[in-house]
Design a protein around this ligand. Structure first.
Ligand code: 3EB
Length: 326
């Protein structure tokens, strides 16, 4: 079984039980490593108060390794894998190669990808060809994922795609071996992989949520909810209006959970989020969104606010997390 934590401290678990660590730091740090555990540093903290460790641990012994530019750890049930790509004039090729490596590694070890976190520094800036860095990134990702499986759209993992305050691209992900993940869309939103061309040459490749069933099925599983923002249909709702974007985001989350609940015969709601990260474009808005989402989720959700850009320049806030089915 895996557990996760957002902690001010490095893991206290024995190293052989740590699947992976993401250091949300106030600067770019050491490159990805596997000693004493798989770890990657991500410049997402605008100040030291916002820094924390995102820790994935296992009750079983973990094997670690490197494959191409990836570091990874796995316990026979869950695979954690991470890569950090240096900053560059264009990302498409490096992102494609990294995603291909990810898919190859997961496949070779017998795992199915269910959740990917993508951080692109300067995500709304242009690359050397005048293409937005996010759109550049999306091209490489789409090329790798369409290549990886014939039926690629039905197998897309949950994801988030946001900025970082420094570095190039950081990708980290989870995959499952014993339990096959099930992916969901949100009926209020056009599937991201069908977004029209106005958002870039290749659509973002992700599902709105992925469910990893537990030992008895969906009811004791975990639902990994993708980055969710104020997008209705395929359009940004309330550009520039933080309060209304927060409200629309909550409505989208609520709708998604109702939909998944209906599909799985479970009853899940916003209070079932055990972990959530809120990404906010303007650091000055961090206290407001922290309070807003604390009220939304209640007291049983570990909540972190990260001051980073969002993949669409008119989006001010995005939320993702893990829901305990029950
Ligand atoms: C949206 O709904 C907001 O590119 O991986 C959300 C989640 C968003 C994941 C990604 C982008 C991504 O389109 C943006």
């Amino acid at each position: 079984m895996i557990t996760m934590a957002y902690s001010p401290f490095a893991p206290v678990a024995p190293p052989e039980h740590v699947l992976g660590v993401v250091r949300h730091a106030p600067a770019t740090g050491e490159p990805a490593s596997v000693d004493p555990w798989p770890a990657v540093t991500l410049h997402t903290a605008a100040n030291p108060d916002q820094s924390f460790h995102e820790i994935w641990t296992s009750t079983r012994p973990v094997r670690t390794g490197r494959y191409k530019n990836l570091v990874y750890g796995h316990d026979g049930e869950t695979l954690f894998c991470a890569a950090d790509l240096p900053d560059a004039d264009r990302f498409r090729d490096d992102v494609r190669e990294t995603y291909l490596a990810l898919v190859e590694l997961a496949r070779d070890l017998g795992y199915h990808l269910f959740r990917v976190w993508n951080h692109v520094a300067g995500i709304n800036a242009d690359n050397a060809d005048g293409l937005e860095r996010y759109r550049d990134f999306c091209q490489g990702r789409a090329e790798a994922l369409e290549d990886a499986t014939k039926d690629w759209i039905t197998d897309l993992p949950a994801a988030s795609g946001v900025g970082a305050l420094g570095g190039g691209v950081v990708v980290y992900c989870l995959a499952s071996r014993t339990r096959r993940p099930v992916h969901f869309e949100n009926p209020r939103q056009v599937p991201a992989y069908r977004y029209p061309r106005q958002y870039g040459p290749r659509s973002p490749s992700f599902a709105r949520a992925s469910l990893v069933p537990g030992t008895t099925g969906p009811a004791d599983g975990l639902l990994y909810v993708s980055g969710t923002a104020s997008v209705v249909g395929h359009e940004t709702a309330f550009p520039g209006d933080l309060k209304r974007q927060c409200r629309t985001t909550v409505e989208n989350l609520d709708h998604l959970l109702k939909h998944v609940g209906e599909q799985t015969n479970t009853s899940i709601g916003l209070g079932d989020f055990r972990f959530a990260k809120v990404y906010v474009r303007h650091d000055a808005d961090a206290p407001f969104v922290a309070e807003e989402f604390r009220r939304t989720f209640g007291d049983n959700t570990a909540l972190q606010v990260l001051s980073v850009d969002i993949c669409r320049s008119d989006l001010l806030v995005e939320v993702e997390g893990v829901v305990e089915m029950a």
